[in-house]
Design a protein around this ligand. Structure first.
Ligand SMILES: *Cc1c(COP(=O)(O)O)cnc(C)c1O
Length: 417
């Protein structure tokens, strides 16, 4: 390995490889990529400048970059049933910024989910730069125990405030929307229906959950590295409106970005190819089966789950309300036994974001390691035991040993097809 020429970086890399091999990754936005995706990512495509789009570049030498970008676009369109795809966004946040600038004028309004109810920073958190340009207003869940969105409030707000975009899509919401209702409210208010499917893209592509395009959504933004199991990156899909697609292309380049990262686009193409394989459907379905198995253990163990359970890949548990352990304490105790989760605010949290009431965890990564409901049930039991004995070193040592053995018994497969 040539990386050994750089001792410091090589040491950190092998440390990270060991950490990933021996620990269990339960952060629901993370996953493992295949060796094929890693090879594309580490390829000579990183050397190439390709400003523009296939067939319309500002530099020469594009015969192979045009091939991979065209293949990535065609596969993305097939996966999501979209007529147009832009695979150049550098990540999820830049994709959202480009989407806002493409579809809005300064001062226009976006109606999105309240952040403590599951929305994302890029949906208008006051710390983000886009809030200086566009106005963000919010809807919430009506019932935190079931996760039902307050569609009456959503409709009232949409009709009163006339947003240009009705934004769905979440980072910490374990349920499925009523897409028909959502789109009909958008139409009634004269807004575009946009969904940020960053978290559930793989579940949509694997046909384990509904596809928002089937219900009339106009645009989807996404990451490619979460459940979709590709390289770190973003993408914007347009269902069928050519005018919108053109605006998005122009905003990505030259509006906001410079040269596309062609090595990442090659890796996206490879990951999309994997997601089109029959095995990916099994993967997506198993992610949900596994999450439900973990949710059941927590519920039986007396932990309150936000929305009462899960219909997708993630679980949001009120560990402070149920066990008296704060989100930060829970994250740390679980880290000590080799389980990575993240602390998370829960709906209308009374605690602060750096030490909130909840933890968020999920099954995309461990399902890639071929965990079934059986192993997931065991992991959830060990999580509960850890949380209930968070200061007991002997208990934690025993649990860490079992977690390491489990992780080593389920390595990430080299190939996903
Ligand atoms: C993860 C996420 C993003 C941001 O993606 P990055 O690649 O981290 O920029 C945007 N929206 C949602 C809903 C997300 O979950």
């Amino acid at each position: 390995m040539f990386i050994n020429q750089d001792k410091e970086i090589a040491a950190a890399l092998s440390g990270e490889e060991k950490r990933q091999r021996e620990g269990l990754e339960l952060i629901p936005s993370e996953n493992y990529v295949s060796k094929a995706v890693l090879e594309a990512l580490g390829s000579v495509f990183t050397n190439k400048y390709s400003e523009g789009y296939p067939g319309k570049r500002y530099y020469g030498g594009q015969e192979y970059t045009d091939q991979i970008e065209t293949i990535a676009i065609e596969r993305a369109k097939e996966l999501f049933g979209a007529k147009y795809a832009n695979v150049q966004p550098l990540s999820g946040a830049p994709a959202n910024i480009a989407m806002y600038f493409a579809l809005l004028e300064p001062g226009d309004t976006v109606l999105g989910m309240d952040l403590s109810h599951g929305g994302h920073l890029t949906h208008g958190h006051p710390v983000t730069a886009i809030t200086k340009i566009f106005k963000f207003i919010r809807y919430k869940m009506k019932d935190i125990e079931t996760g039902e969105i307050d569609y009456d409030e959503l409709r009232a707000l949409a009709l009163a405030e006339k947003p240009k975009i009705l934004l769905a899509g979440y980072s910490a919401y374990p349920r499925e929307l009523d897409y028909e209702k959502f789109v009909s409210i958008a139409r009634e208010a004269g807004a575009l229906a946009v969904m940020d499917v960053a978290h559930i893209a793989g579940l949509i592509a694997g046909k384990a959950v509904k596809n928002p395009f089937d219900y009339g959504f106009d645009v989807l933004t996404t990451t490619t590295h979460k459940t979709l199991r590709g390289p770190r990156g973003g993408m914007i899909l347009t269902r069928d409106n050519e005018e919108i697609a053109k605006k998005i292309d122009k905003m990505i380049f030259p509006g906001l970005q410079g040269g596309p990262h062609m090595n990442v686009i090659a890796a996206k193409a490879v990951a999309f190819g994997e997601a089109l394989s029959p095995k990916f459907k099994d993967y997506a379905a198993q992610v949900i089966v596994n999450a439900k198995a973990m949710a059941d253990v927590f519920t039986v163990g007396g932990v309150r789950l936000i929305t009462g359970g899960t219909s997708n890949h993630l679980i949001l548990a009120d560990v402070f309300g149920s066990l008296g352990v704060t989100g930060a304490e829970a994250e740390k105790a679980l880290d000590e036994v080799g389980i990575t989760v993240n602390k998370n605010v829960i709906a209308d949290d009374t605690r602060k974001p750096l030490d909130p009431s909840g933890i968020r965890f999920g099954t995309p990564a461990i399902t890639t390691r071929n965990f079934t409901a059986k192993e997931c049930t065991r992991v959830a039991e060990l999580m509960l035991e850890t949380l209930k004995n968070k200061d007991d070193v002997a208990v934690k040592d025993r649990i860490k040993k079992e977690i390491t053995e489990l992780a080593l018994a389920f390595p990430v497969p080299d190939s996903f097809v």
